[in-house]
Design a protein around this ligand. Structure first.
Ligand code: HEM
Length: 375
């Protein structure tokens, strides 16, 4: 799927370039750009199309993409809602006391309205033999076979898997980049160091590629710091203990509902020096070894560890690194007019930035490089 991701990384630079050309002050809504980049990338990898509709003239998302993204974030907000029937399952489907089930179903419908026709059509094409080449994740899922050569996944299972992949690719990377860039604009020395790294590793005559990522340790350290300090949500996905156990002197009975606190780990002053300071340097090793975004010791929760940890550490890391690296390589960032810094405040009902990050971007590469992307 490399070529699909590379295509989207070019679209990203082209889109931001078009936005700053059309805005007199060069202001960019970084949240919108980041979320759409992630959504376009995974749509391309799954469906071989970045948009469900036509998009806008400057290469941006159209109404269909806005609705799709909105649905994805609605699903995410339902995920952590308190839901009484989780604790009293006999209530399920009888009375939706807190309205959570209705809200969740509606959010699912908004997203599946776009996915399901694509999936149904593709299954039909494989059945009728009008499609024979595997080109994307959807093709792979449809053609998976069990030991006896029978189709492995039902259409409902494919639809569920795809929904999960779409959701999982958008939220964490886009949130991490929004916070990282906000923090870096407020500490220009970090911006300078990251851009110096890009100039050294990649130069200014070509755009950063996935093959450069191994050598972008400072960019990765900035991202890791963002995952540590600014997780998308306060808790990990709910787990259940499968047996009685003791953890750090606490007895956890079998069947307990377990929620790991992400800020509880990432901002723990027993582990981290000055835990509330954005300090990417803390992740750089003296021996120069490569920075990885996951933390096997669980001192911070980026992808988690263990059997139920994120199965897509590589893809999640790749999407996140590419997004930050291209934004920094392609553009010089500064606070909006009449402000000296970015207001970095968490939302009252979550851990995302209270307002979408708006910042000024100026093109920093040769005009011909941007022009080559739109052709
Ligand atoms: C920067 C990007 C990402 C981050 C930080 C991230 C983080 C996480 C975390 C913390 C979990 C929960 C682990 C646990 O419960 O212990 C998780 C689960 C999961 N993630 Fe990711 N993820 C990312 C990207 C992705 C992508 C791109 C996909 C797939 C396309 C994906 C698919 C999944 C799935 C399927 C699970 C559930 C695994 C299970 O329950 O067994 N994630 N992820």
């Amino acid at each position: 799927m490399h070529d699909k991701r590379a295509e989207e990384a070019d679209h990203l630079v082209n889109y931001v370039y078009n936005v700053i050309k059309s805005n007199e002050d060069g202001a960019v809504n970084v949240r919108a750009v980041a979320q759409h980049f992630c959504a376009n990338t995974i749509r391309n990898m799954i469906f071989s199309k970045r948009f469900f509709g036509k998009g806008t003239e400057n290469g941006g998302p159209g109404v269909e993409e806005e609705e799709h993204l909105h649905g994805v974030f609605n699903i995410l907000s339902c995920l952590y809602n308190f839901c009484i029937s989780d604790y009293f399952p006999f209530l399920r489907r009888r009375i939706d006391l807190d309205g959570n089930e209705k809200r969740t179903r509606q959010a699912f419908e908004t997203v599946r309205k776009y996915h399901d026709p694509e999936i149904d059509m593709r299954i039909k094409q494989w059945k009728e033999g009008t499609r024979i080449e595997k080109d994307d994740i959807l093709d792979v899922l449809i053609t998976l076979k069990d030991d006896k050569g029978n189709t492995l996944l039902t259409s409902e299972e494919i639809k569920a898997q795809i929904l999960e992949m779409v959701i999982a690719t958008i939220d964490n990377p886009s949130n991490a980049i929004e916070w990282a860039l906000g923090e870096m604009i407020n500490q220009p020395e970090t911006l300078i160091r990251a851009v110096q790294e890009l100039d050294l590793v990649v130069g200014k005559n070509r755009l950063v590629q996935e093959s450069d990522m191994n050598n972008l340790n400072y960019i990765k350290a900035c991202l890791k710091e963002s995952f540590r300090l600014h997780p998308m949500v306060a808790f990990n996905l709910p787990h259940e203990s499968i047996c009685d156990t003791m953890v750090s002197g606490y007895f956890i009975p079998k069947g307990s509902h377990i929620l790991l606190s992400r800020p509880g780990l990432g901002r723990n002053s027993r582990i981290w020096n000055e835990p509330l300071r954005f300090n990417p340097e803390r992740h750089l090793k003296n021996d120069g070894s490569h920075v990885i975004l996951n933390d096997q010791e669980l001192h911070l929760l980026s992808f988690s560890i263990g059997r139920r940890s994120c199965p897509a550490v590589n893809l999640g890391s790749t999407v996140s690194i590419m997004l930050l690296a291209r934004l920094l390589q392609g553009f010089t960032w500064s606070p909006p007019p009449n402000t000296t810094c970015i207001k970095l405040v968490e939302a009252s009902d979550g851990m995302v930035l209270s307002e979408p990050l708006r910042a000024i971007a100026r093109a920093r590469l040769d005009e011909r490089l941007y022009a080559s992307l739109s052709s």
